[in-house]
Ligand binder design. Structure first.
Ligand code: MN
Length: 497
């Protein structure tokens, strides 16, 4: 058993996807490359300006809170958090202190662990500092200053790096499903900080907490937690004390490093934002109604996981690819509905269930491996995909009924991707079809038998293995188009009779 048990809590910031900023009409456009264009006197903190809360941002954070099983405050307010930083033009950040919009929720990770969420509040983002190389100054871009930002804090109750990573991954999915945030970590739209303390195994008291910032991938969240567990264990083993501090992640050195001693809440002199009245929710005058917002929550990742496994009968790994890639999942569902609508027309009534299962699994496999591979190779977004769901369904059906071999399918798919053409027609044009028709194969078999009398004699005298050689000759004769099972059967019949 481990000597020390780590206890991990997370603090996660995510930029909300809104048209405008949190307190002003400046655009919230994360794709804007030109610095300092989406700015106005309000987000620049000019004297005499007044902030007006963005109701879309408030609705979005409440939806996030509902999806994460939080209690929604009927009365909420904004507060000022005072500190100086060059990317913070006002000298304070409008945030929430004692009355956040959402409290006491939980998230269930993919592995089924329930992690409690302490609170989710709404605040504004700061600008971005840019440090050009080989010069003695820094630049500042205020496009991001004032962008709506949600901050989520968990209870410190995760005990492994994997749990922390899994929480962050599931949260990202939920935010994306809700359309609340794009939550791309590499673009800084979702930023994870962790706090971690170590206590001797069996002890009820938590150890001294260290925070680690700037973790910009899930993998780094895991690595930073693992590194801190090791570092703090070694300190404790040597009889040294863990210092309460904020540390950063050094990707080159694969380690954390001390940034500053931890500040306390009172250092920020929080006080109620005097320019924004408190927000009241759910009363007659309020523009915000939680039940209405709840009714707009779409299917969430956990529900989709269950549905894809139950409805389409695919395994958990395949389902997870669809859960993580919403575009491919939507496409799959269109292909499925095509396949199911043909089922009746083709009169597969008896073995319906079995065939249905085979088709859906086949479609899922070709989509998630072959098609997805080709598309990512070309960096092609789904919006540019020329293959209609109907054509993809037909492609799957051709494989299923044996007209197209897996080899032929591999050659046909890139053609479909390029031209968007009809799979059956393309298969015929390019000669990729598999020949199962007896007539054509019998002609080829006669030729192979005539050309290989020795092999035929050997087979007649009991050498079963030689049949494989003859099948190989059939493949050559038909330029690879023969269905090997059918070819073997025809050869056997002809030689024996
Ligand atoms: Mn914050």
């Amino acid at each position: 058993m481990a000597k020390y048990i780590p206890t991990i809590g997370l603090e996660i910031h995510a930029e909300l996807k809104t048209k405008t900023k949190m307190f002003c009409p400046s655009l919230n456009d994360p794709e804007e490359k030109k610095p300092n264009v989406n700015v106005c006197p309000i987000c620049m903190g000019h004297p005499g300006t007044l902030p007006v809360p963005n109701i879309e941002a408030i609705k979005k954070i409440i939806q996030a809170g509902l999806a994460l099983n939080c209690k929604i405050a009927e009365f909420s307010k904004f507060d000022r958090k005072n500190y100086f930083y060059p990317d913070l033009p006002k000298g304070y950040q409008i945030s929430q202190y004692d009355k956040p919009f959402c409290e006491e929720g939980h998230l269930e990770t993919y592995e089924g662990k329930k992690i409690r969420i302490t609170r989710i509040h709404l605040e504004e983002d700061a600008g971005r500092l840019i440090h050009p190389k080989d010069v003695d100054y820094s630049l500042v871009d205020f496009n991001r200053a004032g962008v709506p930002l949600m901050e989520l804090v968990t209870e410190p109750e995760m005990h492994t790096a994997e749990e922390a990573q899994s929480f962050a991954e599931e949260l990202q999915l939920i935010l994306r499903y809700l359309g609340v945030s794009d939550a791309n970590m590499d673009k800084g739209q979702m930023r994870v900080e962790l706090n971690i303390s170590l206590a001797p195994a069996g002890s009820k008291k938590l150890g001294t907490k260290v925070e680690v910032k700037n973790l910009n991938s899930f993998n780094i969240v895991g690595r930073a937690a693992a590194y801190e567990t090791k570092r703090q264990s070694e300190l404790l083993d040597n009889g040294e004390k863990v210092i309460q501090e904020t540390r950063g992640w050094d990707e080159n050195g694969q380690k954390t490093f001390s940034q500053r001693l931890k500040e306390e809440a009172h250092d920020y002199r929080y006080f109620p934002e005097p320019d924004i009245p408190p927000i009241v929710i759910n009363n007659k005058q309020s523009a915000i109604n939680t039940e209405k917002l709840r009714s707009l929550i779409p299917e969430l990742p956990q529900q989709k996981r269950k549905r894809f496994i139950e409805e389409y009968g695919i395994d958990t790994n395949l389902a997870e690819i669809f859960v993580k890639d919403m575009d491919i999942a939507n496409y799959y569902e269109e292909v499925v509905s095509e396949l199911l609508s043909w089922e009746k027309a083709q009169g597969h009534e008896e073995e319906k269930k079995d065939i249905r299962q085979k088709l859906l699994t086949l479609a899922a496999n070709y989509l998630t491996t072959d098609l997805r591979g080709l598309m990512s190779g070309d960096a092609m977004p789904i919006s540019e995909l020329k293959i209609s769901p109907e054509n993809f369904a037909e492609f799957v059906d051709l494989i299923h009924i044996g007209k197209l071999s897996s080899r032929g399918a591999k050659d046909l798919l890139p053609q479909m991707l390029k031209t968007g053409g009809d799979p059956h027609q393309l298969m015929l044009d390019k000669g990729l079809g598999q020949v199962s028709e007896a007539g054509e194969l019998e002609v080829a078999a006669d030729r192979v038998i005539a050309a290989n009398p020795e092999a035929v004699t050997k087979y007649k005298s009991g050498n079963e293995n030689i049949l494989q050689f003859l099948v190989g000759q059939m493949m050559k004769e038909t330029k690879g188009a023969a269905n090997p099972q059918v070819a073997a059967e025809i050869l056997r019949k002809k030689i024996v009779s």
